[in-house]
Structures are given as structure tokens and as C-alpha cells.
Design a protein around this ligand. Structure first.
Ligand code: ADP
Ligand code: TRP
Length: 323
């Protein structure tokens, strides 16, 4: 049985792009019975950027609530908060001591900001070693990641091999499972949907806020209501295809082509598809968010199981080091 492990950034409430690009595929993989799966929220990594405790906490809760609302089964997946298993920082230190400074200077996470060194803290610089510790602490066999994380995973494999070579066989050297990125979800402006671009379709937002955003942010051409319109290439139609049934999509395409159906109608249909289509998940999300105690209990259950796996690995490492 293979152990699959991955970390989720805790940057805020997940949007449609996160759901379709990351959450759904990861839950599917996690629920395949032949795998043992570990999934954690990387709040210690977030600390390299976010310094407000309340924001850090809320982001973690929002991410946890989203995954649970979309059906993550915490009996089958060890689901935990990175900072609840603080052993990972001890391992990160050891790994730092076995990895060349020069190689760390090549990490994208650091290099992207290296032209503004005043914004770089030591944590951001050694980010890849905390990520390596996340993985090696649990003897993970496979790590599902997007392409942007491949370099970090290569560093993980590298530091594991260096340690094994110097100190004797200690770590499982993990393999990457590159996440298929064929489905790039467009945002309300047609560009890649991303929190940093402010173009997200927020599946958990309340319907009136969502309505405002859809009406304001999606720009449409001025074709008069009566005239026929081309569905293909329009942001509304492209988003609708992601959230509505095939029949409804075909109906919208037909109405647009026929004329007498305006972009306002299409926006209304999109809003309804999101509001109705994710109604039960939104309810679940809100239920979790209004009961942080229950969220903490779920995450604590995961942390306990994670710790049981982490402790023996850490002991193995300490022994090899000579402590
Ligand atoms: P954001 O860009 O909103 O900050 P993140 O970088 O936190 O999103 O992404 C978290 C996960 O969601 C990643 O696995 C990423 O590949 C996926 N993801 C984010 N935006 C999209 C998108 N527009 N289409 C597909 N997947 C996405
Ligand atoms: N750095 C990853 C990202 O930005 C998140 C992450 C942290 C992670 N630790 C990990 C991913 C361990 C996989 C395994 O998406």
C-alpha cells in the first residue's frame, strides 16, 4: 500500500478554480482504497507571508471547512494542520544542516523575490526544507503536486538522498505525481482564476454577494438583446459549462444563438447554477465555519494519527545523527 501525502496552501476561502483544479481531484485520489493518504494545511509555510494570527487561523479554518464540505472522508485520510505536528520543524532543521546553501538560493520560492531582498525572511529562504520535512517525516511514497512545485520536490528527493548517503538509509525517497493541469479554470475576467487577481468565482459566498460580483466583474459586449450571440469564447458561457448540466448548457447556447436572450439572462443562469449547484456544500461549509470547535476536533484527530507516524521517523533520524 502506497502512502500519498500532499500539502495545501492556506491562502483563504477556496474558489471554483481551487475546487475543480485541486480539491476534487485530490479527494478522488485520497479515496482510492489502495492508497493511504495524508493531507495537511500548510499554515507554517503561510507564516512566511502572513503575520496576522487571526488571518492565519481563519484561512486554515476556511480551507479545512471547504475540504470537509466537499466530502473529504477523515476516516480514510489523515487530515491535519501542519503546525499541530511541530516535530516537522525539528526535522526541517536537520535537513537544513544537510542541504547546501547554494542550492537553496536556486529555489523559485526565494528567487522570485530575490530582487527585493528586503521582503525575504529566513523562513522563505528555507521554505523548501520545511516542505521536505513535511514529506519525509511521514515516509511518503508519492506526492501529488502541480508543476510549480516540482523543483521543491526535487530538492526533497535530493536532501533525502544526501542524508541517506552520509548517515545510512533513513528516509523514503518520495516520487512526484504531477497533477494534470489540463483544466485551467478561467476567472470572471477570462484570465486564470486566482485570488491574487481578484477574479474569483466564490462558490461559498452568499448569493447576494455573488450576484453583485457576477454582474459587476463579468464584462460583456453591447450586442442588443434581440440579436443572436456567439456563446463560444464568452466568459459567462465558459464558466456556465463548468457548473451546469449538459442539457442546461445546450439550452443556453441555443438561446444565445437564437437571439432574444441577453447576457443579463445568461448571468442570471450562471448565478443560479452556482447558488443551486453548490447549495448543500455551501450549507456544510457554513455549518463547519460556525462550529470551529468541531473543526478543531477533526484536525486534532488527524494530528494525533500524524504524530504516531512522525515520532518513530524522527527518532530514527535523531539516532542516525547521534543525538
Ligand atoms: P490562488 O491562485 O487563488 O492563490 P492557489 O495558488 O492557492 O490559488 O492554488 C491552490 C490550488 O488550486 C493549486 O493546486 C492550484 O493548482 C489550484 N488552482 C488555483 N487556481 C486554479 C485555476 N484557475 N484553475 C485550476 N486550478 C487552480
Ligand atoms: N508548497 C506547496 C504549495 O505552494 C504546499 C506544500 C507545503 C506542500 N508542504 C508540502 C505540497 C508538502 C506537497 C507536499 O502548493
Amino acid at each position: 500500500m502506497a502512502r500519498i501525502l500532499t500539502g495545501i496552501q492556506s491562502t483563504g476561502t477556496p474558489h471554483l478554480g481551487n475546487l475543480l483544479g485541486a480539491i476534487r481531484p485530490a479527494i478522488e485520489l485520497a479515496h482510492q482504497s489502495e492508497n493511504e493518504s495524508f493531507l495537511f494545511i500548510a499554515d507554517m509555510h503561510s507564516l512566511t507571508q502572513v503575520k496576522e494570527g487571526a488571518t492565519l487561523r481563519e484561512n486554515t479554518y476556511a480551507v479545512a471547512a471547504a475540504w470537509l464540505a466537499f466530502g473529504l472522508d477523515t476516516e480514510r485520510t489523515v487530515f491535519y494542520r501542519q503546525s499541530d505536528v511541530a516535530e516537522v520543524t525539528e526535522l526541517a532543521w536537520y535537513l537544513n544542516c544537510f542541504f547546501p546553501y547554494q542550492r537553496l538560493t536556486l529555489a523559485h520560492s526565494f528567487k522570485d523575490k530575490a530582487d527585493r531582498l528586503e521582503d525575504v525572511n529566513g523562513g522563505l529562504f528555507s521554505y523548501p526544507m520545511l516542505m521536505a520535512a513535511d514529506i519525509l517525516l511521514y515516509d511518503a511514497d508519492f506526492v501529488p503536486v502541480g508543476k510549480d512545485q516540482l523543483q521543491h520536490l526535487e530538492m526533497t528527493r535530493d536532501v533525502a538522498s544526501r542524508f541517506n548517503h552520509k548517515m545510512g538509509e533513513t528516509f523514503v525517497v518520495p516520487k512526484e505525481l504531477v497533477r494534470d493541469e489540463t483544466q485551467l479554470i478561467p476567472g470572471l475576467d477570462g484570465e486564470k482564476m486566482s485570488k491574487s487577481k481578484g477574479n474569483t468565482l466564490d462558490i461559498f459566498a452568499d448569493p447576494s454577494a455573488l450576484k453583485k460580483r457576477i454582474n459587476k466583474e463579468i464584462v460583456t459586449d453591447a450586442t442588443p438583446l434581440e440579436e443572436p450571440k456567439t456563446p463560444e469564447g464568452s466568459v459567462i458561457y465558459n464558466l456556465y459549462k463548468l457548473v451546469a448540466s449538459n442539457d442546461d448548457v445546450a439550452r443556453m447556447a441555443e438561446s444565445l444563438r437564437a437571439g432574444g436572450y441577453g447576457w443579463g439572462h445568461a448571468k442570471k443562469a450562471l448565478l443560479e447554477a452556482v447558488v443551486d449547484g453548490f447549495a448543500s456544500e455551501r450549507e456544510e461549509f457554513n455549518r463547519w465555519m460556525s462550529d470551529k470547535g468541531a473543526l478543531d476536533a477533526e484536525l486534532a484527530k488527524g494530528a494525533k494519527r500524524a504524530q504516531e507516524v512522525a515520532q518513530p521517523v524522527l527518532n530514527r533520524v535523531r539516532e542516525k545523527i547521534g543525538f
